[in-house]
Design a protein around this ligand. Sequence first.
Ligand code: C2G
Length: 448
Amino acid sequence: MKKVITYGTYDLLHFGHIRLLERAKALGDYLIVGVTSDGFDKVRGKINVQQSLMERIEAVKSTGIADEIIVEEYEGQKIDDIRRLGIDIFTVGSDWVGYFDYLNEYCDVVYLDRTKGISSSEIREKERSVRIGFIGSKNNKVLSKYYRESHHVNGVETVGIYCEGNKIKELDGEEIKNFKTHESLLENSDAVYIASDPAAHYELVKEALLKEKHVLCEAPMALKKEECNELFEIAKENNLILMDAIKTAYSTAYNRLLVIVKSGRIGRVVSVDATCTSLADLSNKEEYINNNWNSICAWAPTAMLPILQLLGSDFSSKRISTMYLDEDKKFDSFTKIDFNYDNAVASLKVGIGAKSEGELVITGTKGYVYVPAPWWKTDYFEIRHENQEENKRYFYQLNGEGIRYEISAFVKAIASATQNRFIDDNVTAKIVDVIESYYDNRDVMVIK
Ligand code: C2G
């Protein structure tokens, strides 16, 4: 019996896939199809896969062509499979010519002509093209990053930007349409990414939602909790997606870290300690203050994320210790926040005027999680125990600082009309609530 194997994502199964499977089957007597797992696809850069692994397996099974289906989960698995399963022929479409010649050492390698005029990404583009506009302020550097990262996400049409007091004429050789007003940008968009001044976010988000646009907004989404709750109410009433753009929340490694901790691997969490600093050039203090975010807005939302997502939003008390660059403008150069829960503590340190080790440490009764700097671009973490032989290390590829995963989650949420599961509304609201108390001088101690 001649055994044939082939592999693929098989997302949104189409006739190109089916023709491949038919010709693969014709090469022998028994066809095994390796369907790629969600995690493996992400690691190898395929972030736009729309269907789950089970849906894709079911689709391949429904063709009745495969005699057996396995899951491809890691790089190099093909060699293990070919040897373990006694494969005679490996085959794949001609878009991979040359890529798998190394398998000749284990079996025959056959490249079959790819079917022209059809692909999963084309189907996705048709199905869910979302026109995204970008609203920024002159001092926000992330706008061009988001614009660039959007090009990695199927189904996104980048409409252009509105950036008051600033123009981004071209990016990576592509000319960018600059709108004269944010109203005109909104008219031409289905959804908008907002990274303006924190004080302007509430109004900008509210205006976009009232114009029936989905919104992805840099945290803090507002500076008052009531305003934040109102924005989520408007989004809900209008069946719109309103998402917090804290990119850490969308990285695979960060999400795996959360579920491992929640599964009890390090016992009960007794402390979460996060540090985020990025030393700014303060030689011209006034100029910096007028053109940049203060420390608590720039970094505290990110630093609060693991604290609130692991310990919850019901801390019994908090203390904000802050050092100002400009007290009148409430512009802090360094802020430490200590949280007390009934059965745990937490702390964060953030600063654009001080430098520290940007790590995240999650302390548990059976061990701890260590995420090295810069922990907020999470791609690697360790689970450490008293007995070092039990230590485990984890790495998950993070491309483009994770922004493309965030935009992909935004577009998927729009397509499925369901709020994302990465950042709960109450976490977003609590982040705003803590920042509001900073501005209201509640629980604040000033360090001279
Ligand atoms: N295919 C084809 N014609 C198309 C589209 C896809 O012949 N119009 C083939 C691909 O060449 C591949 C199979 O159908 O052999 C599945 O395609 P994808 O789901 O896009 O998966 P891909 O990532 O290309 O899988 O490690 C090998 C890869 O996993 C191959």
